[in-house]
Design a protein around this ligand. Structure first.
Ligand SMILES: Nc1ncnc2c1ncn2[C@@H]1O[C@H](COP(=O)(O)OP(=O)(O)OP(=O)(O)O)[C@@H](O)[C@H]1O
Length: 266
């Protein structure tokens, strides 16, 4: 090994870490702005999700949470501002590079979106088809499918159709499908919406376990105060297109600011 070169590289890395003023950030948004005509949705929004972190974004309906997520995955082009994912400025990426980056990002959207005409196994195999190389799997994908289903406690459903599953089970299968690609970061959009309180609690616990087991970083959009309490290590309250308040659940839930208090009243 070239020791000097090795030291130089390490020094360089150390320097760039010190320069950046944070450990490793997986998502970094700076001064993000997006308007649709006169509708100024994001007016200088900032966010930093650190490696292994669980950041919850709360905002009223129509406050721009989905627009923000779409800016992160390149589905909406911001008017200005910077969005960096895993150190890459997405505004500078071409389509191929963006597709590659998306491999490291898992999504769990509202409504789970399983393919109704496919079995659970086929649903899980589907996203793997294009990425077998990255995953290092051959033709037999069943062991990986089973492992992913076991992680969400649903190995026995492998040959069932989505119509044979409850809402909570569908959500868990969708999480297994997300996990199978071993993403570095997972974006959850309303992971508990439409579920009863008990099933919501199960999903929240599952998200928590996934986080602990894989050390995945998570960005979670939710209206669910219980979800935020259990899962977040930091929260951002999005009001009028900016970070109106930011802190831990414990800090924000004690606030006497009426706009902040409103988030914690059910
Ligand atoms: N493609 C678009 N064209 C025009 N306006 C849009 C578009 N997408 C979103 N908007 C507007 O941006 C605003 C924010 O929408 P967004 O879907 O981000 O809200 P949200 O916070 O995710 O709401 P909810 O909690 O109800 O899902 C809304 O006023 C919406 O009408």
């Amino acid at each position: 090994m070239n020791y000097d070169l090795d030291m130089k590289i390490r020094d360089k890395m150390k320097l760039s870490e010190e320069k950046s003023d944070y450990g490793k950030s997986v998502i970094e948004i700076k001064d993000l702005r997006k308007s649709f005509g006169d509708n100024h949705v994001l007016n200088g929004f900032n966010l930093t999700l650190k490696e292994g972190g669980n950041l919850v974004i709360m905002g009223k309906s129509g406050s721009g949470k989905s627009v923000m997520i779409k800016c992160i995955v390149g589905l909406v082009a911001p008017d200005s501002g910077s969005v960096k994912i895993l150190g890459k400025e997405i505004n500078n990426l071409n389509r191929k590079a963006m597709d590659e980056l998306r491999l490291d990002i898992g999504f769990l959207f509202q409504g789970s979106a399983l393919y109704d005409s496919m079995t659970v196994r086929e649903n899980l195999e589907f996203p793997m088809r294009r990425h077998k190389k990255k995953l290092g799997v051959g033709k037999d994908t069943k062991p990986l499918v089973l492992e992913a289903l076991e992680n969400v406690g649903l190995a026995h459903t492998i040959d069932l159709m989505p119509s044979e599953l409850s809402g909570g089970m569908k959500r868990r299968v969708a999480l297994a499908r997300t996990l199978i690609l071993k993403p570095k970061v997972i974006l959850y959009d309303e992971p508990t919406s439409g579920l009863d309180p008990i099933t919501s609690k199960e999903i929240i616990e599952l998200m928590h376990n996934v986080q602990k087991r894989y050390g995945t970083s998570s960005l979670i959009i939710t209206h669910d105060v219980d979800c935020a309490r259990v899962i977040s290590d930091r929260m951002i309250l999005l009001v009028d297109g900016i970070n109106y308040a930011e802190g831990t659940y414990a800090e924000l839930s004690k606030s006497t600011d009426p706009k902040v208090e409103a988030f914690f009243k059910n």
